[in-house]
Design a protein around this ligand. Structure first.
Ligand code: PMP
Length: 372
């Protein structure tokens, strides 16, 4: 007799809460200031746009399957080995490929409590067990991660800096984490926001990839390079890990326009430097002004801030979110990251930032009057 039920997905798949992206538009299509997905306010370099358009002439051809021109440009810029670079359709794809290659049922993957949500999804998608490690002061806690290592641990994901907190751990702490992990545990350092970080004790992780056989660094073109819609990321890996990823990735997983635009974007480091300078200035200013409004602000080294609304203060984060929508501003709700009382704000243009500060001042001013 034919089974009544249809095909069932593998164990773990239906335990996955789908990733909810930041809101991208307001109801009725009203124009909005969108600061919900940590995108750059400057868009991509004009050189990247030009290369993207030029790639239109060869759309009928498959792209270079190993993204060679892009890997060579990354190698020249960062002083790293092209053979150890694997490109992907966003770093999301690479994080999933790493989970695919190194995790299966019965295995455990560790990530920090408020870590980027894709790690948990990638672990569950393999039928493996996600193990969150508590943080200290909303920051990755190396000792808490090491305390959760078991014989079943196969992978540790650390976003450095982390999204949505914006906090980071210094290079010596990353080294201590690596030294404390067993040799057969892969450490994945997700440095999606590395270009924004000014802290002198920070390192994205390439040096650790070169000096160990079990550490990977992932990077993206979606943030400071302004190419989020093209879907482009890369991983810097020990040779054995690159070999594993190259066996399971799609043979043409990165499109020709993405390779062309990414390669051109790397040539315009003045553009990157200007975006980083703008961010450093406004990150500091906005954090200071938000704190002056009475909000809690987690110290961030990225291009975004986590704002904490007073608990039980009569003006909770969801109300602020609604108020901001009414004023044409979209920030990011972060309940699913364990922050029901917070919103995440991407640093925008000067006008964007001022609009948010003015709107929040109005929102909180109302709260003060309402309580008085
Ligand atoms: N890692 C972190 C920490 C992120 O915040 C993001 C984007 N939200 C990504 C990875 C994924 O970026 P993409 O897939 O666009 O490269």
């Amino acid at each position: 007799m034919a089974a009544k039920r249809g095909p069932a997905p593998r164990r773990g798949i239906l335990d996955i809460a789908p990733y909810v992206p930041g809101t991208s538009a307001l109801e009725g299509g009203c124009p909005a200031i969108k600061l919900s997905s940590n995108e750059t306010p400057f868009g991509p370099s004009p050189r990247a746009i030009e290369a993207y358009h030029a790639a239109g002439a060869t759309l009928s051809r498959y792209p270079d399957g190993s993204a060679r021109p892009l890997r060579e440009a990354l190698s020249a810029l960062h002083g790293i080995e092209p053979a150890k670079i694997v490109c992907g359709a966003g770093s999301d794809e690479l994080l999933n490929l790493l989970a695919h290659a190194y995790l299966g049922p019965g295995d455990e993957g560790i990530y920090s409590e408020h870590g980027f949500l894709v790690y948990k999804i990638a672990i569950l998608a393999r039928g493996a067990t996600p193990i969150p490690a508590p943080e200290r002061d909303l920051t990755t806690d190396v000792d808490a991660i090491l305390a959760r290592v078991t014989d079943a641990t196969r992978i540790v994901f650390v976003a450095n800096p982390n999204n949505p907190t914006g906090t980071y751990i210094p290079a010596n702490e990353v080294k201590r984490l690596r030294a404390g992990l067993p040799n057969d545990v892969l450490l994945v350092l997700d440095a999606a926001y590395a270009e924004y970080v000014r802290a002198p004790d920070y390192a994205p992780g390439a040096a650790l990839v070169d000096t160990t056989h079990n550490t990977v660094m992932t990077r993206t073109f979606s943030k400071i390079y302004g190419l989020a819609s093209l879907r482009l990321g890369w991983a810097y890996c020990p040779p054995d890990v690159a070999d594993a990823l190259n066996r399971i990735r799609g043979p043409f997983n990165v499109s020709g326009p993405a390779i062309a635009a990414g390669t051109a974007a790397l040539q315009d480091q003045d553009f990157v430097a200007r975006a980083a300078d703008h961010n450093a200035l406004w990150l500091k200013r906005v954090a200071k002004e938000l704190a002056a409004l009475g909000l809690g602000v987690t110290p961030s080294v990225g291009n975004f801030l986590l704002l904490h609304f007073p608990e039980g203060g009569g003006r909770p984060a969801p109300d602020a979110d609604e108020f901001l929508h009414e004023h044409g501003i979209i920030l990011r709700r972060v309940e699913e990251y364990g922050f029901p009382h917070a919103l995440r704000m991407t640093i925008g243009t000067e006008a964007d930032n001022r609009a948010v500060l003015d709107a929040l001042a109005a929102f909180l001013g109302t709260a003060v009057r309402a309580r008085a």
